[in-house]
Design a protein around this ligand. Sequence first.
Ligand code: 2M8
Length: 418
Amino acid sequence: MQAIKDELDRRAIQIMRDNDRGGYTIPTHGLYPYQWNWDSAFAALGFAAFDPARAWRELEILFSGQWLDGMVPHILFHRPDPGYFPGPDVWQCRGPLPSSGITQPPVSLSFARRLYEANPAMGAVPVRMLFDPMRRWVQWFMAWRSHEGAICIAHPWESGRDNAADWDKAMAAIDPHDVGTYQRRDLDHVHAAMRPTKDDYDRYIWLVQRGRRMGWHAPSLAVDQPFFVADPTMTFTLMRGVRDLIWLGEQQGLPTASLWNDLQLLEKGAETLWNPEISAYDSRNALDGEFSGTLSNASFLAWYGGIDRPELAETLMQVLRPLPYGVPSLALQDERFDPKRYWRGPVWGVLNMLVGMGLEEFGYPQGPALRQMTGRLIASHGFAEYFDPRDGAPAGGGSFTWTAAVWLAWAGVGVELG
Ligand code: 2M8
């Protein structure tokens, strides 16, 4: 068994090294050739298992793309690559590096704490350097993405769960008739049945065009938002991030007062996302107050955010019962469930890890169980972008950084194979 585990560790490290572009890591060759925000945070955790200095470098480079207003972009386009659309020419942003104009879940705040805890002596300097940029990113979220304390997305790509059923109704309100023609590149790499539809893409690009017209100026973008949905992913990852940033600040004697206020507001906001009809946390359209009625893997991030809710554990058990490999991005019972199309059914190592970590911290047996399921999934089906939740069949891109990182940082630690 140990030999199998060693071989998987070796392969995971090799994937991380192959996707390393010198200080930052791409998610996978071909499909995603740039630095993505939350992918990089997971990459940092993966590197921490074998090269802690390189782990901090990943986060430093991520924050070198931070905008003056505090936002940390969801993609940094370090070097041009015609294989991805929409690239820097479409976004036309004016940050310190070519970038997209939207953000992604701030898991990097929490992963910085994990890096620090593993090696406080090495972490002191980077924490002192990153603390203020991280605090400014939190302030940006609270200023431009908060609705009654819950954190919203202004583009489906911000959530990281890009194509989730959660956004269907809110997206239907956008009329993209004037979007014009464009050439998608994702379909050169992955089968169309696994990717978003043209209807979705028209709206994604339409929202990018709106941002570009407004010069990505946050106050202008906030007026008459066409899409603004409160998201459990954003709300719980920021809540956890703020807690961990407070902890880091206290370790290093840095100012944390404003973060305590943010945390209080986020805790109130999270409760506005509890949907009694599905007995779980749900996304909610901030423009009309409607819940989306979607049981996704983000519905179970509350523990990761620091909130225990026993009824949620019952809902989780029902969702997990028919499935061998963890929390699907959409419950099997949902009529929109699609096992291969990304974020509409498949299982992701990264979401299993966040949900599992939270459950482990609160002492639920489902936490270690999720870790084992994820370990066995990766051991038997490889380091794919995501997996069919019914049989584990790999899907999307291959040799994926965050799946390798999840193995090294969590799923492969203590896994029982065989
Ligand atoms: C996917 O998103 C990108 C756009 O950001 C895409 O489909 O082109 C999502 O799974 C997202 O969460 C992830 O960060 C990104 C890179 O892995 O791919």
